[in-house]
Design a protein around this ligand. Structure first.
Ligand code: ADE
Length: 253
């Protein structure tokens, strides 16, 4: 078994790569301008890679993980904008399914349908997502207070973060205005969060029959202050969440 872990931004995987180097050492394979870090976390084989931003980058990286490194499971970790009513900054969302909110091949195919695959939604793996849920709950209960300093929590208005499970909408767009967020919600009333990669990875994993999971920390509310909130969250908090939950995930296996 080898687990592939990918993220869009350096800060989301840096701590994990650091832990891998400390625990097992890492071999770095450079393919398609990306560094694939091969090693072990808590004794388990994994490949950690910075995919970069957007659906193309994520899909290309997921294919490489599957074809070149034979990963048997894929986890995408990163940040997202909360658009669900109670999905606040500092909360965590695990996708049970994902859609590409910007896919539009009308009138040839129904709105949002992925042409020739006959579907718009891609489910994530139930068992893998359930493992991540346990890891997230442990992280929030046991580690969160020490991982994220009180002044940082205060600055972001984070009290006790909540875990949400449901629909994530992906598109090649940083959503930073309420009208656009509401437009996505009008199309997908159950959407909890928007980001730029998850549904692409879920589609590739569907096509290759590899289990996948999507874990997202909410950095902003996809509104006019989204870019500022996102930047601050990325710099100060993102890695604590990402590494914290995944360390719990690996130690629980
Ligand atoms: N990732 C984090 N915040 C986001 C947003 N508002 N839109 C798209 N992707 C995001």
């Amino acid at each position: 078994m080898t687990i592939g872990i990918l993220a869009a931004m350096h800060d989301e995987v840096a701590d994990l790569i650091g832990a891998m180097i400390k625990q097992s050492g890492n071999q770095v394979h450079r393919i398609g301008m990306r560094d694939y870090h091969v090693g072990k976390l808590d004794g388990q084989s994994c490949v950690v890679v910075l995919a970069r931003i957007g659906k193309v980058a994520a899909a290309a990286t997921a294919v490489t993980l599957i074809r070149e490194f034979d990963v048997t499971e894929v986890i995408f970790t990163g940040l997202a904008g909360g658009i669900g009513r109670d999905v606040a900054i500092g909360n965590i969302v695990i996708a049970d399914r994902s859609v590409q909110h910007d896919m539009d091949v009308r009138p040839l195919f129904p709105h949002h349908e992925i042409p020739l695959l006959g579907r718009s939604e891609f489910a994530t793996d139930i068992a893998l997502s359930a493992e991540l849920k346990v890891a997230t709950e442990l992280f929030l209960k046991e580690d969160f207070q020490q991982s994220v300093a009180p002044e940082v929590r205060e600055a972001f208005g984070i009290k006790q973060p909540v875990l949400h499970i449901g629909l994530i909408a992906s598109g090649d767009q940083f959503v930073a205005d309420v009208e656009r967020a509401n437009g996505i919600l009008a199309d997908f009333p159950q959407a909890l969060a928007v980001e730029m990669e998850g549904a692409a990875v879920a589609q590739i994993c569907f096509e290759y029959d590899v289990p996948c999971a999507i874990l997202r920390t909410i950095s902003d509310r996809a509104d006019a202050s989204a870019h500022g909130d996102f930047g601050a969250f990325l710099a100060g908090v993102a890695s604590h969440y990402s590494a914290g939950v995944l360390r719990r995930f690996f130690s629980g296996r």
